[in-house]
Design a protein around this ligand. Structure first.
Ligand SMILES: Cc1cc2nc3c(=O)[nH]c(=O)nc-3n(C[C@H](O)[C@H](O)[C@H](O)COP(=O)(O)OP(=O)(O)OC[C@H]3O[C@@H](n4cnc5c(N)ncnc54)[C@H](O)[C@@H]3O)c2cc1C
Length: 383
């Protein structure tokens, strides 16, 4: 891949950079609700200015730009320390899945409100006994005329408490082989049959939830990709989850690393600074090397997506690598801080705690290693 930007791409980047500099809304407010509303307003502002869904088709509210420009957008947002977008699951996963597998009616109905953040999306895949092994989901969908009645429990459902739509994988044919009996639904969260209960994370935030479904109604027209084809559609969602985020994450890692270098230089140690310590220098250098590898692999993943239209299994490598890098980075930050790291108000303490989830969310590291072994390296399957 040629890593230099074309004149058009440079012009795109400069226009975006200038726009963000002018419209950056500043720091996020404290508190889950206020912060979420802030991110929602920011996304709406981007949408109104034509910056949401950079690579999505124009007819559905996107900008119709290239994947490289989408990657530039993700990089620039992180570089400018812009707020996150509220509808992250709809943008990174729901929309691309509907574009790939949805009907024309579904694209017309669902895509634009994802971009404008008018309708927030969540992902109802994991269940109490079914996380890594998605094909074992037990939530049942039973046909009732031209509707489905869905009963079961989901867990770890990020942003379910804000969501209008849920990408839901349920078992629609209990007699079919496990991968074949699944259907991918878009479920309206605004019904009494859907109960959302918050779960508190180690950081103190309530980012995800349990979902209890008791004959929740979903019309036939909200099936994506056809009855019984849920496994294939869900794989599209997961591929996008791992690959799309990789680009912003590699820039985020670079920024965090620069902050860590600064912290090491500013932290007094043995008459000098922590940055003079041989072991700390060694760990910093190793993290720098890792961050470069992460960056170059993100470009490699982008090249594969441009060639084949959909992200490849390489996205799993980037997600696995990033989670290890981010965890090592936050661990070193606490080691540099010494006893001060135990103070709750140190921002690195929050980052350290949040990073614990990185090797679980979006597929555990063990599962990603299996995918890389079998699907990227072509090693024999275990099972
Ligand atoms: C912050 C966060 C947000 C999340 N948001 C969502 C969401 O919005 N929607 C959603 O559906 N889910 C979400 N999840 C759930 C996440 O996808 C699951 O936690 C993850 O897939 C693992 O499933 P599990 O927790 O059931 O663990 P399990 O699958 O029970 O795994 C337990 C352990 O066994 C290992 N293991 C399992 N199978 C294998 C195997 N075949 N080979 C080797 N090791 C194996 C795992 O790596 C893990 O260490 C979120 C999780 C987190 C932490």
């Amino acid at each position: 891949m040629d890593l230099t930007l074309s004149p058009e791409e440079e012009a795109f980047r400069d226009e975006l950079r200038a726009w963000v500099a002018e419209h950056h809304p500043g720091r996020e407010p404290e508190g889950d609700e206020a912060a979420f509303q802030f991110r929602r307003d920011w996304q709406k502002q981007l949408y109104d200015a034509g910056w949401a869904g950079v690579s999505w088709p124009r007819e559905y509210g996107g900008r119709g730009a290239t994947l490289v420009e989408q990657a530039i957008f993700n990089e620039e947002m992180v570089r400018a320390r812009a707020p996150q977008l509220a509808n992250v699951l709809g943008l990174a996963m729901g929309g691309p899945t509907v574009i790939a597998h949805g009907t024309e009616e579904q694209r017309q109905r669902f895509l634009t409100p994802i971009l404008s953040a008018d309708e927030i999306w969540c992902q109802g895949f994991s269940e109490p006994d079914s996380g890594s092994d998605l094909a074992s989901v037990k939530t049942r969908a039973v046909r009732d005329g031209d509707e489905w009645l869905v009963t079961g429990q989901k867990v770890w459902t990020t942003f379910a408490h804000h969501a209008k739509w849920c990408m839901l994988v349920a078992r629609s044919d209990p007699d079919a082989p496990r991968h074949k009996g699944l259907t991918y639904f878009l479920m309206d969260m605004e019904q009494d049959a859907v109960q959302v209960r918050p779960l508190r994370q180690i950081t103190g935030e309530e980012e995800f939830n349990e979902l209890f479904l008791e004959e929740a109604r979903i019309p036939d027209e909200n099936i994506v990709g056809g009855e019984g084809n849920g496994w294939n559609v869900a794989i599209t969602t997961l591929m996008h989850e791992r690959a799309t985020l990789a680009f912003g994450l590699q820039v985020a890692a670079k920024i965090a690393l620069a902050e860590l270098f600064a912290r090491a230089r500013e932290t007094p140690l043995d008459g000098g600074s922590a940055a003079d310590d041989e072991l700390i220098r060694q760990r910093l250098a190793q993290l720098y090397i890792e961050s470069e590898v992460l960056r170059l692999n993100a470009y490699r993943g982008l090249t594969a997506t441009m060639k084949y239209g959909v992200p490849g299994a390489e996205g799993s490598l980037g997600k696995w690598h990033w989670s290890e890098l981010n965890q090592a980075l936050t661990e070193l930050a606490l080691d540099v801080a010494g006893p001060r790291a135990q103070l709750w108000d140190d921002p690195w303490t929050y980052r350290f705690l949040r990073a614990r989830a990185n090797s679980i969310e979006g597929g555990t590291t063990e599962i990603l290693k299996n995918i890389v072994a079998e699907r990227v390296l072509g090693l024999p399957r275990l099972r």
